[in-house]
Design a protein around this ligand. Structure first.
Ligand code: FE2
Length: 204
């Protein structure tokens, strides 16, 4: 039998972010419906394609990248990977940037304000659906990037993702309607789990 990918539980309760700009209904729909749908679709593809069986999620993403016949596999595997990171990127105690990460941001990106401006610019200018990222590049420097649809820094060789913000409309429409810039600012100031990002940085 083929090992199935599984939807991980949220690392906080469904109403944990309700006072910070992400309501319970957003998390129920986003996690239980959208993320689940990516996992279900991915498992369906793996079931029907022996060449994908036994591969890790990362291996599937890299194997499917750039192959037209595997585009749906790439999209759903990428979105599964992206959302696993995203849930860990949110915190009821988010917004505070711990010291080692702060020093690294200042060194590589100039200042905390410059980092947030770069991130906002990337997240706003991602036309249509996609993601904005804080990555540790292969050269060891932090960088802000963006990717379209289900792609991510792993697939595009941008480095290790420390933070990723979902800018698909399903991530913010109930809370912020069409105001994507307000969703991004709220994330950076109140929801972003910089402790997680720093732990990723230290482990790299
Ligand atoms: Fe999403």
């Amino acid at each position: 039998t083929v090992m199935a990918f599984e939807l991980p539980a949220l690392p906080f309760s469904y109403n944990a972010l309700a006072g910070k700009g992400m309501c319970q209904e957003t998390l129920e729909l986003h996690h239980d419906k959208h993320h689940q749908a990516y996992v279900t679709a991915l498992n369906g593809f793996v079931d029907s394609k022996p060449e994908l069986q036994g591969k890790s999620l990362e291996e599937i993403i890299l194997a499917a990248k750039g192959k037209a016949d595997l585009a749906p596999v790439f999209n759903n595997a990428g979105q599964h990977w992206n959302h696993i990171l995203f849930w860990n990127n949110l915190s009821p105690n988010g917004g505070a940037i711990p010291g080692a990460l702060e020093a690294k941001i200042k060194q590589d990106l100039g200042s905390i304000e410059a980092f947030k401006e770069d991130f906002k610019k990337a997240a706003i200018s991602q036309f249509g659906s996609g993601w904005a990222w804080l990555v540790l590049t292969p050269s060891g420097k932090l960088a802000v990037t963006k990717t379209a649809n289900g792609s991510n820094p792993l697939a595009e060789g941008q480095g290790q993702a420390l933070l990723g913000l979902d800018v698909w409309e399903h991530a913010y429409y109930l809370d912020f309607r069409n105001r994507r810039p307000d969703y991004i600012t709220n994330y950076l100031d109140k929801l972003a789990n910089y402790e997680f990002a720093e732990a990723q940085l230290k482990a790299a």
